[in-house]
Design a binder for this molecule. Structure first.
Ligand code: C5P
Length: 227
């Protein structure tokens, strides 16, 4: 069986991970959530005093990158892998608004990107992987057989993220979430190193008006053609 690499990039909260998980399960591929890796490095930076809302010691963080160990461990009950930072399951901690508000600043640091890109390339070296993020089709796997670029209106995205956070018991307002989504997109598209941009050969999918099932059917068709 020929295995391919599927790269999914796009703006914040466009449903990349929902789609990536569905595809990975259906194809029997590994799913790698690269946003979780940037979020984990951010959590580490917060917990070790390198960053807060008023200050960022990026050199201090860069000097400590060797102390950060990231692992994805498959959880059979959930059917996908969970993120571990230095042996601790950080799935709950990395999805909160305080981490979301700082992650794009940490993701601008070239040394952080270099470390994570190297690990991502290693995880995908045997293909059979669905990876989502911001630079997967442009930097991590420029030769991926299938590249998708996901978009949806900012309001649609903020509404989805707001519902997700509220369901998990986080106390947030819609406006806070909308601001975070727009601010992250602004930083992610304007940074010097590996900005978020659609790869020339990526297929754009605007899912503002697609159900999760419609989107999956459409993309599965594309994946089958790329196999
Ligand atoms: O995908 P998610 O929204 O969890 O990603 C969180 C943040 O991590 C993004 O807003 C971006 O700043 C950064 N990121 C990145 N490159 C990736 C994945 C995520 O810069 N490949």
């Amino acid at each position: 069986d020929k295995k391919i690499t599927i790269a999914i990039d796009g703006f914040s909260s466009t449903g990349k991970s929902t789609l990536a998980k569905q595809l990975a399960r259906h194809l029997g591929y590994a799913y790698v959530d690269t946003g979780a890796m940037y979020r984990s490095v951010t959590l580490y930076a917060m917990e070790n005093g390198f960053i807060d809302s008023a200050f960022f010691n990026s050199e201090g963080l860069t000097d400590c990158l060797d102390d950060i160990s990231l692992q994805f461990l498959f959880n059979p009950d959930l059917g996908y892998a969970e993120m571990y930072l230095n042996e601790e399951n950080v799935e709950g901690k990395i999805r909160t608004l305080p981490v979301s508000n700082l992650v794009s600043l940490v993701a601008e640091v070239s040394a952080v990107r270099a470390m994570l890109v190297k690990q991502q390339q290693h995880m995908g070296e045997n293909k059979g992987v669905v990876m989502d993020g911001r630079d997967i089709g442009t930097v991590v796997f420029p030769n991926a057989e299938l590249k998708l670029f996901m978009t949806a209106s900012p309001e649609t995205r903020a509404q989805r993220r707001f519902e997700e956070l509220t369901q998990k018991g986080n106390t947030v307002t819609f406006d806070e979430v909308l601001y975070n989504v727009q601010e992250r997109d602004r930083i992610d598209t304007h940074r010097k190193d590996s900005p978020l941009v659609k790869a020339a050969d990526a297929i754009e999918i605007d899912n503002s008006d697609l159900t999760i099932q419609q989107q999956f059917d459409k993309v599965l068709e594309l994946a089958k053609n790329a196999l």
